[in-house]
Design a protein around this ligand. Structure first.
Ligand code: ATP
Ligand code: MG
Length: 331
């Protein structure tokens, strides 16, 4: 038997304690351009070791928010605290805790990957053995050891982006901010980037990740803020967000045997809303299927059903965005 969630597999993550002080605390950020409130009162919090997603379409205000968080753009209102330090009061200290990987590439095309890392590492204040060690560690982490001596202008888009990410990591920040790191990137590099983000958070780094790809937010992020027109429309775990839509999960129990008896047995389970029988087996609508699935499978098999496959299909962030804004996330 296999358990699968086609297309929209929700990441399974160990419980994380939320008792420690936030790595990032953003309160009421505003940035106005003429008549446009590009960022219109954004508040959010990122906890240690957490991957936080800022999900929104083009022009939502993600980059403007990120630039204010990173201390590169002055807010018209609101505050940013990084690891407890107020960005406005002590920007040097606050910036020391964070690494920013900008949406636009910031690397020197004539320099090799290694020399780019050395150069930016020195700018970040690294010297001597520490610089040398970090350059090698970062090259390995972003998977560029093989090409480290070639000028970066010979790199693919994805490799350049991986180098760009490496630069943000050199000084081992507490919080890494990535602004749409997979846009215009080949599938192989996209995979490598997502993998390296997962590795970093496993090692305890917090990540703030902006994207307009729902799949990335779903796959990577512990919590997500859905952003549109300068505002956070909703934030929470993927499951909390999806609950806003109120949709139930669809569970397909594929198989044969005593289907009628199994149907009656699962129908009475509290999480199960509706059961239908078809050629494939049983199709259920279920509230909170990931929690309820074990009980459902047991009830069906105890009733004499022989299972070939179990599939859980869950409502996704696309439906959440539509629900919140009345518009599609994709352009
Ligand atoms: N310097 C600026 N001057 C005027 N308007 C700006 C400026 N920077 C951003 N904007 C506007 O603010 C809004 C938010 O832009 P921002 O770049 O933050 O969006 P985004 O969510 O990062 O979009 P994308 O997904 O396209 O990167 C847009 O309407 C943009 O045109
Ligand atoms: Mg942007």
């Amino acid at each position: 038997m296999t358990t699968s969630s086609p297309g929209t597999a929700a990441p399974v993550r160990p419980d994380q304690t939320r008792t420690s002080a936030p790595v990032l605390q953003v309160d009421g950020l505003v940035r106005v351009y003429g008549d446009l409130r590009a960022v219109d009162g954004v508040s959010l919090r990122v906890d240690p070791g957490e991957t936080f997603g800022l999900l929104g379409p083009n022009g939502a205000g993600k980059t403007t928010t990120i630039l204010m968080i990173a201390g590169l753009l002055r807010p018209d209102a609101g505050s940013v605290h990084v690891a407890g330090t107020d960005m406005a009061a002590d920007p040097i200290r606050a910036k020391g805790h964070l690494g920013l990987v900008p949406q636009e590439l910031a690397i020197y095309p004539e320099l090799s990957a290694r020399d780019n890392l050395r150069f930016f590492g020195r700018l970040q204040g690294l010297r001597g053995t520490r610089l040398k060690t970090r350059v090698e560690e970062v090259l390995e982490l972003v998977g560029l050891e093989d090409r480290s001596r070639k000028p970066s202008k010979t790199f693919s888009g994805g490799m350049k982006r991986r180098l760009n990410i490496g630069i943000g990591l050199l000084h081992e920040p507490t919080l890494l901010i990535l602004d749409e790191p997979t846009v215009g990137v080949d599938p192989q590099s996209r995979h490598a980037i997502l993998e390296s983000v997962a590795t970093l958070t496993e090692a305890g780094m917090a990540v703030l990740y902006t994207t307009h790809y729902m799949e990335e937010a779903e796959r990577l992020c512990d919590r997500i803020a859905v952003m549109d027109e300068g505002r956070v429309q909703a934030q929470g775990t993927r499951d909390e967000l999806v609950e806003l839509v109120g949709d139930a999960d669809v569970v397909v129990l594929a198989g044969g045997g005593a289907l009628e008896v199994a149907e009656a047995a699962v129908e009475v389970l509290p999480a199960v809303q509706r059961v239908t029988r078809d050629a494939e087996g049983l199709r259920l609508t279920v509230r909170g299927a990931p929690t309820a699935i074990a009980g459902i499978v047991t009830a069906a098999t105890d009733a004499g059903m022989s299972l070939h496959d179990v599939q859980i299909t869950r409502p996704d962030l696309e439906s959440v965005f539509l629900h919140l804004t009345g518009r599609a996330l994709r352009d």
